[in-house]
Write a protein that binds this ligand. Sequence first.
Ligand code: AMP
Length: 296
Amino acid sequence: MKVVHTFEEVRDLAGGRIGLVPTMGFFHEGHLSLIKAAAESTDTVVVSVFVNPLQFNESGDLDAYPRDLDRDAALAETAGAQLLIAPADSYMYPRQHYTRIRVAGASDGMEGAYRSGHFDGVATVVAKLFAGVRPDVAFFGRKDAQQLAVVRALARDLSFPVEIRGLPIVRESDGLALSSRNIRLDGEIRGSALALSTALFAASDAFEAGERSVAALTHEAATRLGTHSGVETEYVEAATARDVAGVETIEAEVFLAVAARIGNVRLIDNVHLNPGTGLADRGVRLSEPSILYGGP
Ligand code: AMP
């Protein structure tokens, strides 16, 4: 596997069907599941590692974001990537960079309401990656369900010839959704973080038992979150997976999402509720401790 820093290098080296996995690095099994899926279905897997300043609305969060390119390169190679592009901030956003992309609709509400400008930053960087790498397929996690809807709308509206694939959330063995930010959770705080998935799983159980009222399901999850000390809930909301539209009764695929602060770490999580099958998609669980805690 080769580490490069420009789109020109990627285009020189990539061949056949190109799969792109956009990330901010500090890999865990969630990232590796995307890379493995890309390796199974494309000829050249390009992983991008770029902590995109445009999508951070708190400078403290940007500064504290974990980074380790050597570790990421080793893990990406094991998972089956051929190229890793780690562009510099000044390459992605030189002084004369005036364009910002805004995807209306899907960007509003939930994360968009709490993180002003976040999805404009995401849409802008993803558009640059699509234009620079020119992938045939791009892989994203359902962990960021709203982001996935924003990216699908972006690719469709701007006619990028790329197929977007969404993959299941990977969780630790106790249910906590993997996030690079989890390494900032220690001691008691780690226990409080479990409140997010516990609340979502309780609502999933109610959905599978037949509950279709969004008010009842969000109430179930919010009540459970509220009983944990050390958890400051930002929102518990549901929206259609396709276009992040509000719903009262679940008639199409919906994601039920939570965002909460645990100490100074902000976490998000969701479950997908499918009224067609009557089942909730809670993602997949690791059987062992994550590589976040002492892997290579
Ligand atoms: P990030 O590096 O956090 O920007 O994430 C890069 C990609 O990995 C995004 O498409 C995320 O949705 C995905 N991702 C992050 N965490 C998980 C997870 N726990 N399970 C599955 N995908 C994930």
